[in-house]
Design a protein around this ligand. Structure first.
Ligand code: ATP
Ligand code: MG
Length: 427
């Protein structure tokens, strides 16, 4: 019988392994630690929602809704969509699950998202984000808190140096509307010289022209009307409070008065953390205030602000990382020694020591692997040792080796580890 062909993975998905997977885990672990420092509560959200959750929150004219969603009819004929972002689902839950009672609510989550995009470095069809939102707070201090948290996260990941915070305000609804009218009038006057995409955006989503990478658009974007000329006094005060808060907290930023975000729901603060170390996919973290979103889902007006960052892009900046080093390798000879080894493993691991014993192999092979894995201690249980009720505890850093009774072998291992400068987590 001919061998069956193995199915290929889906284009734009990734199987993440090894040093890249360690970098990915480091990003998530660091995020978890930082979000606890800021007292953001963890939420777990469904991977799919009714299509209208995204269509109504993000707006039909956005790239995500018009071109990028994975939508399908389920067996009951209902249109569902794999989440392309977290915010809309969290907003839906806030309304359907009575989370209003916790307002102002600080929540954080992470997981996979799905967008039908052209796969390339830093851009996938299934990708992953960490996400933080504050719902029910209209105060600029909420914007400041989220930006401080993002800033601290990048510092703790060790990647803050190559990344800058670009900050803008889109003003309140009134500011944004009058700015939009001015932008449409301005771009109308040069409409035929714009890229085809931007001519199309002029009808559907004129703010997005400011975001265009096309050189034909860039010449006109440079002289486009500026939001600062359309800000209401309230919107101006709000933005001043945000920048004052950032200054007080020592968070550096660059004002970018052409920065807009792709989604319709943004108001006031909009921001991105950008790097030039990832080529075209230079935005690692983006967010802003979305005071209009809850109403589009049928809720009462509810101010909110949040951000999301691509885990893959953060992990690429972090670079490849090694797995945590092995502390203790157990090296048994024969099945009786293996059973002793199993007991020692359980005790060491129970005390928070990273220990391992290969499933197979002769002593030489096992010893080689222990050395390659960077273990600092080996416990060798050979025939002769077993007969005497002892094992050999070998210092793989210093090279010394000493016999110790099996009954208190773990104490010897703890002693050696602490002489090597390793602190033993006691349970
Ligand atoms: P871009 O301009 O790169 O398309 P975006 O504005 O669509 O980004 P957001 O919706 O703001 O991105 O998502 C926040 C972050 O999620 C991005 O800054 C990026 O790090 C990450 N991200 C977005 N889309 C993808 C993707 N297809 N693959 C990998 N990461 C992504
Ligand atoms: Mg995008």
């Amino acid at each position: 019988m001919s061998r069956q062909e193995t199915p290929r993975p889906i284009r734009g998905t990734q199987d993440i392994f090894g040093a890249e997977a360690e970098a990915f885990a480091f990003v998530v672990e660091t995020f978890e630690r930082v979000r606890k420092l800021y007292r953001f509560r963890r939420v777990e959200m469904p991977v799919f929602e009714k299509t209208e959750v995204f269509a109504r929150s993000l707006g039909e004219t956005t790239d995500v809704v018009s071109k990028e969603m994975y939508s399908f009819d389920d067996r009951g004929g209902e249109s569902l969509t794999l989440r392309p972002e977290f915010t809309a689902g969290i907003a839906r839950a806030y309304l359907t699950d009575g989370w209003q009672q916790y307002s102002p609510l600080k929540v954080a989550t992470h997981g996979p998202l799905f967008r039908y995009e052209r796969p390339q470095k830093g851009r996938y069809r299934q990708f992953h984000q960490i996400d933080a939102e504050i719902i029910g707070a209209g105060e600029p201090q909420a914007d400041v808190e989220l930006l401080c948290m993002a800033d601290q996260l990048l510092k703790e990941l060790g990647i803050a140096d190559g990344v800058t915070l670009q900050l803008n305000t889109l003003g309140d609804a009134d500011s944004r509307d009058s700015w939009r009218v001015a932008l449409v009038a301005y771009f109308q006057s040069c409409r035929h010289e714009l890229s085809e995409d931007s001519q199309d955006r002029l009808e559907r989503n004129p703010l997005r022209i400011l975001d265009s990478k096309d050189p034909r658009d860039k010449v006109f974007v440079a002289d486009a009307p500026r939001i600062d000329d359309y800000l209401t006094p309230e919107a101006e005060d709000f933005f001043s409070a945000v920048t004052a808060g950032l200054d007080a907290a020592g968070v550096e930023y660059t004002r970018m008065d052409k920065l807009v975000r792709g989604l319709d729901y943004y108001r006031h603060t909009a921001f991105e953390f950008i790097t030039d170390r990832l080529g075209a996919q230079g935005t690692v973290l983006g967010g802003g205030r979305y005071d209009g979103l809850m109403e589009s889902l049928g809720g009462a007006p509810t101010p909110a602000v949040g951000w999301a960052a691509g885990i893959e892009r953060l992990a690429m900046l972090v670079g490849e990382r090694d797995a945590a080093p092995l502390d203790v390798a157990i090296i048994p000879l024969g099945s009786a020694a293996e059973l002793h080894g199993a007991g020692i493993l359980a005790t060491l691991r129970g005390h928070g020591i990273c220990a391992d014993m290969d499933f197979r192999g002769n002593m030489k092979k096992r010893m080689q692997r222990a050395n390659n894995s960077g273990a600092s201690v080996a416990v060798i249980i050979g025939d002769d040792e077993l007969a005497k009720g002892v094992a050999n505890v070998k210092d793989l850093i210093g090279g010394d080796q000493a016999e110790a009774p099996l009954v208190d072998i773990c104490d010897h291992v703890f002693g050696l580890l602490s002489r090597q400068g390793r602190s033993i987590p006691v349970r």
